[in-house]
Design a protein around this ligand. Structure first.
Ligand SMILES: [Zn+2]
Length: 491
């Protein structure tokens, strides 16, 4: 039995080597940065600022879809409120109304040779889902300030960003601050339907003027507290890219007739099978993109065992992918997602439908192309009776590099975050939904997505849903963030 002893020794040796590699890789991860930086001084007159945000929430600038005017024609009211709320902004900055309702402000810098910064946000909000109005603690367009929160549609998406940016500028002007670098503020009015009018037109205008911003900053990522399991610190993700978007229509055809003598598969059956196949055969997942980067960068704040797993994707890659695929929020980080959202077919219970249609919405991960997803869909459905046509699409944004030394955007935004939350672990991130920045990327040297709204586990479900709210204290931090970001980026 000597061979057995030798084999065991060999196996033990191999295990030791593997263990050594695992630990070495784990120790090579960057340390958690110190959490004792200086905070920016608190914002003065915060209650008055909260009231101004509340007033903006009370104007229901709802975008329903392409059939209705964006914002329900309420933008003149919002613009009037903004003008009255920020007199210094309107005295010192040039304001242009673009595409009827979008706002572009220019705060001229003293050094024209410097590229400007572009801060954006959007004025429109999504509707309240019919039947959920009564579920709100305070009515969705009341802008109620209660229990330390400002409540209502737009407090997280995205009037807090528009109003806080303007608060920041108003206060800087009041202090006598004069930027060296020009500051551009772009507030679109139809972001919730893709920004085809507002942000698109603003980008056209800036492009005509040959503007190329040093960096642009839009909505999309936030400060996560207790959201990443086991994380010992708040995690501030700065989004570096946003996912793409594609809608496909599937149409199944079959002979019509009486339902008493059906063929083996009706149009409804064929369509149902095609959808089931698409759900069962998802686009492949990968840890190589910005979603994987976001997970890996959070590792220093995680318990040792999790850190070891994240530091050794060469061994645990498939385990990690399986784990992340298990929850919708993490699954969307690592792959192009597939969501059948609308289905139609048939007119009467005893009539065989001659056709049935479905809409399937895809969100493309950076690295996947529109053509590749279409090819995948064709292969998976593989049925000549089911045709696929494209409804609309835009490709995923190319990721902004964090380590691009020629662009200090990431470092400047990080510095402003640390002034608000010194203990935050700052990581790159991936924006799952679409933003107006898909239009602004062409006039910006680097695109970032971040606003320091604090999201706990309970808050992720609030945007676009019930009980959207922001704490007054957090709103003060958001104002402080934009005020100081403008100062450090333009002085
Ligand atoms: Zn938004």
């Amino acid at each position: 039995m000597a061979w057995l002893g030798k084999a065991m020794k060999f196996l033990g040796g191999v295990l030791l080597v593997v263990l050594a590699i695992l630990v070495a890789n784990t120790l090579r991860l960057p340390d958690l940065p110190a959490a004792d930086g200086a905070k920016f001084p608190p914002i003065k007159d915060l209650d008055a600022a909260a009231k101004r945000l509340s007033a903006a929430i009370q104007i229901p600038t709802i975008s329903y879809g392409f059939a209705n005017p964006p914002g329900g024609n309420r933008f003149p009211d919002l613009h009037k409120l903004i003008e009255e709320s920020f007199p210094l902004v309107h005295k010192h900055l040039k304001r242009e109304i673009v595409a009827e309702s979008s706002l572009l402000y220019t705060w001229e810098g003293s050094d024209k040779s410097l590229p400007p910064i572009l801060l954006s946000g959007h004025q429109d909000v999504v509707p309240i889902e019919p039947g959920t109005e009564q579920k709100w603690t305070h009515p969705p367009f009341s802008g109620q300030i209660a229990d330390g929160f400002i409540w209502g549609r737009g407090t997280l998406d995205n009037k807090q960003q528009v109003m806080a940016t303007l608060e920041g500028v108003e206060r800087l002007i009041a202090e006598g601050y004069k930027p060296k670098r020009t500051v551009l503020l772009a507030f679109g009015h139809d972001e919730e339907i893709g920004g085809p009018l507002g942000a698109h037109a603003i980008a056209d205008l800036l492009s005509e003027r040959k503007v190329r911003a040093l960096f642009s900053l839009d909505e999309g990522q936030a400060i996560l507290e207790g959201v990443v399991p086991g994380a010992s610190r708040p995690i501030a993700q700065i989004g570096l890219s946003e996912k793409g978007f594609m809608t496909l229509q599937l149409k199944a055809v079959a002979p019509g007739g009486h339902s008493s003598m059906p063929p083996p598969h009706t149009a409804v059956g064929k369509l149902g099978h095609a959808i089931a196949q698409l759900e069962a055969n998802q686009m492949p997942a990968s840890l190589a993109g910005p979603g994987g980067d976001a997970m890996r960068s959070a590792a220093p704040a995680l318990p040792f065992a999790t850190r070891m797993v994240m530091a050794n994707t060469w061994l645990f890659g498939q385990v990690i992918i399986k784990q992340l695929s298990g929850a919708p929020s993490t699954n969307a980080l690592i792959r192009t997602t597939t969501a059948p959202t609308i289905i139609k077919g048939g007119v009467k219970e005893n009539v065989l439908p001659s056709e049935a249609t479905a809409i399937v919405n895809f969100r493309l991960a950076p690295g996947d192309s529109i053509a590749a997803v279409k090819a995948h869909v064709g292969r998976v459905i593989a049925n000549p009776d089911v045709t696929v046509t494209e409804g609309g699409s835009h490709p995923p944004a190319e990721a902004t590099p964090t380590a691009d030394k020629s662009n200090p955007g990431f470092a400047l935004i990080s510095e402003a975050i640390r002034g608000v939350e010194p203990s935050a672990l700052i990581t790159p991130g991936l924006v799952m939904a679409g933003t107006d920045s898909k239009h602004y990327t062409r006039v910006s040297g680097a695109t970032f997505y971040f606003c320091p709204a604090r999201f706990g586990p309970d808050d992720l479900k609030r945007p676009h849903a019930t009980d959207e709210r922001i704490s007054v204290a957090n709103y003060g931090e958001i104002i402080s963030f934009y005020l100081n970001l403008i100062r450090i980026s333009t002085s």
